[in-house]
Write a protein that binds this ligand. Structure first.
Ligand code: C2E
Ligand code: MG
Ligand code: MG
Length: 568
């Protein structure tokens, strides 16, 4: 042990030193309290022997100062004193002492007391080693052995401070793997884990010594680029990473191909006052995902504004139902040959108190992300029910009222029951109701959706595929599922008379529908030319601004009454 001996008597110091050296310890001597305190701070002994009565600073005061200096580190202290009475013992313990040795001391007692203290010292050292190990472990990601999120956050703070002081440019790359979940699902978690480890290795090999790398979530990694010349450099490194990750991995005999999306936030350019650098890079990464994946994007002022608007919409959407900001519009669907009404599509509308009408293309997406979509979907079904009770479709033959259904609703096992209740409640014949589902929904949960769809079909309700042509459909599934109609997406109708490719696509969908015995409905007809093209090529149903814009409940009521008057 390294033992500090403090006594103002030279004889005493020498006696103690001689014995301690004999026992095999190293000794540091101090000639008074102040000297002892200084030597404690510099030499960090394992044990201290303090004379109680010394000039200037006595032993008690010195012990108190030592304890105050480092509260977390308990170095044992033995007081050395001539007279040891009760009061002295109490003072010594209160000052932070652990034991007493009376003067003159016997070597036997000294040796015994030192041994007792040795036990404390050993324990202290073990504790110190464990804490150190824990500190390291808590900063490391166990799977890949690189730093974890905690360490990244610490490092960012530290590097930001330095960058500010030295006027450096700093960049944070947020890397997220594309479709990592499907690798776990198809090849198993073992291969998923191996892939993450290999990715960590590849990333490590791309960066420089003073860059910093961490794994911050399941399939998310982050890199801090220490000192970069300009913002473009960060982009070049991101490009390098994208490339290096697309080289196939060979994992336990499996060839695995993966791409990634990267968001870049730079300091001091990104708005670090409002959002942290990690959050900004994360937002940029989402933008990269939305821009088709396998690419990188910078965090920009524009992105920041968009993000702010989205989170504002996100939070206000949660109150839209109770604040009665939602309403429904209905767009008529016609027989294109004689312009008679054959159905209508229910469209959800949101009138935001400050921002006005928000497009469902925007808020349906938000609702799907934040989980509100189910509540919105049920609200639509209930409200349609209320409206239908006030309408009479009996004079129309083969009339279909259609409702858009989101994937979350389809996955809900209560959907068939809810529809049954609505039919019962409204007396609407089951064959007058149609559910619109997009290709993506149908193809992504085939097993669940097939059962639900069959159950709904058995009620007599029909099903159509919305936005047909924008996703991927399996022809096998198209044949197997109980589908009545295909709706050609309006993006194809848009240029059908001027773009030969669109014309070919529209014609193929029409003949596909005919061959499979499905009704084909065109969306977004805006002109007479488009209408004529469709009729000439055999598409018999359609909707669009040229025929009628979506109508409010009141307008639709009048519209239906007028038709009924004409018919009767
Ligand atoms: P969608 O189901 O394909 O609906 C057709 C969209 O085309 C509607 O847009 C409609 O107003 C618009 N439209 C109709 N005719 C024309 C035209 O001639 N020209 C143009 N440019 N557009 C036309 P809207 O109402 O903005 O709805 C957008 C999308 O939001 C819908 O596309 C649908 O996917 C979704 N959506 C709307 N209501 C609901 C709902 O209640 N539930 C769910 N899950 N999604 C909904
Ligand atoms: Mg639709
Ligand atoms: Mg559509």
């Amino acid at each position: 042990m390294k033992i500090l001996v403090a006594d103002d008597s030279k004889t005493m110091r020498e006696l103690l030193t001689e014995s301690l050296i004999k026992f095999g310890h190293d000794v540091i001597v101090a000639t008074n309290g102040l000297d002892a305190l200084e030597k404690f701070k510099i030499d960090r002994p394992d044990l201290i022997i303090l004379d109680v009565i010394m000039h200037g600073m006595d032993g008690f005061e010195c012990a108190e100062k030592i304890r105050a200096y480092d509260e977390n580190d308990w170095v044992p202290i033995i007081f050395l004193s001539g007279a040891v009475d009760d009061e002295n013992i109490a003072r010594g313990i209160n000052a932070g002492g652990d034991d007493y040795l009376t003067k003159p001391f016997s070597e036997v007692t000294l040796s015994a007391k030192i041994k007792a203290m040795q036990r404390i010292v050993d324990m202290r050292q073990k504790l110190y080693a464990t804490t150190k190990k824990l500190r390291v472990l808590s900063t490391i990601d166990h799977l890949t052995g690189i730093n974890n999120r905690l360490q990244l956050e610490k490092m960012i703070k530290h590097k930001m401070k330095r960058a500010k002081k030295k006027n450096h440019l700093l960049a944070l790359l947020f890397i997220d793997l594309d479709n990592f979940k499907s690798i776990n699902d198809h090849l198993g978690h073992h291969i998923g884990d191996l892939l993450l480890k290999e990715i960590a290795n590849r990333l490590k090999s791309t960066i420089r010594a003073n860059d910093f790398i961490a794994r911050i979530g399941g399939d998310e990694f982050a890199i801090i680029l220490g000192k970069i010349k300009d913002i473009e450099t960060a982009g070049e490194i991101a490009k390098k990473i994208l490339n290096i990750l697309t080289v196939p991995f060979s994992l336990d005999g499996n060839d695995v191909i993966i791409t990634s999306s990267i968001g870049i936030a730079t300091y001091p350019f990104a708005d670090t006052e409002l959002t942290s650098l990690i959050q900004s890079a994360d937002i940029a990464m989402y933008h990269a995902k939305a821009s088709g994946r396998n690419n990188f994007q910078y965090y920009t002022e524009e992105l920041h504004k968009k993000h702010k608007k989205m989170s504002y919409l996100d939070s206000s959407l949660k109150f839209a139902i109770e604040r009665k900001e939602l309403f429904l519009a209905y767009q008529p669907i016609f027989d294109l040959t004689d312009r008679t009404l054959v159905g209508m599509e229910t469209l959800l509308r949101w009138k935001h108190p400050e921002l006005g009408l928000i497009s469902p293309d925007l808020f349906i997406h938000i609702a799907e992300e934040n989980g509100m979509i189910e509540a919105l979907g049920w609200w639509v079904l209930r409200t349609v029910g209320e409206h239908v009770k006030q309408w009479d479709f009996s004079s129309f033959k083969e009339f279909k009222l259609s409702i858009n259904i989101s994937s979350r609703q389809l996955l809900h096992k209560n959907l068939p029951l809810l529809i049954k209740n609505i039919l019962f409640d409204t007396k609407l014949p089951a064959n007058a109701l149609e559910l619109e589902l997009t290709e993506t929904i149908l193809m992504s949960h085939t097993d669940i959706s097939e059962n639900v769809l069959k159950e709904i079909h058995s009620l007599g309700v029909s099903i159509s595929i919305d936005d047909f042509g924008t996703g991927y459909s399996s022809l096998v599934l198209l044949k197997r599922l109980p589908i009545r109609a295909l709706k050609i997406d309006k993006s194809f109708i848009n240029d059908v008379t001027s773009n030969i490719n669109d014309a070919i696509i529209v014609n193929s969908v029409i003949s596909l529908g005919k061959n499979l015995g499905l009704t084909v409905i065109a969306e977004g007809i805006e002109s007479e030319e488009q209408l004529n093209f469709l009729v000439t090529n055999g598409c018999l149903r359609g909707q669009g601004y040229y025929l009628s814009r979506p109508l409010s409940f009141e307008q639709m009521t009048i519209f239906l009454e007028n038709i009924s008057k004409r018919v009767t």
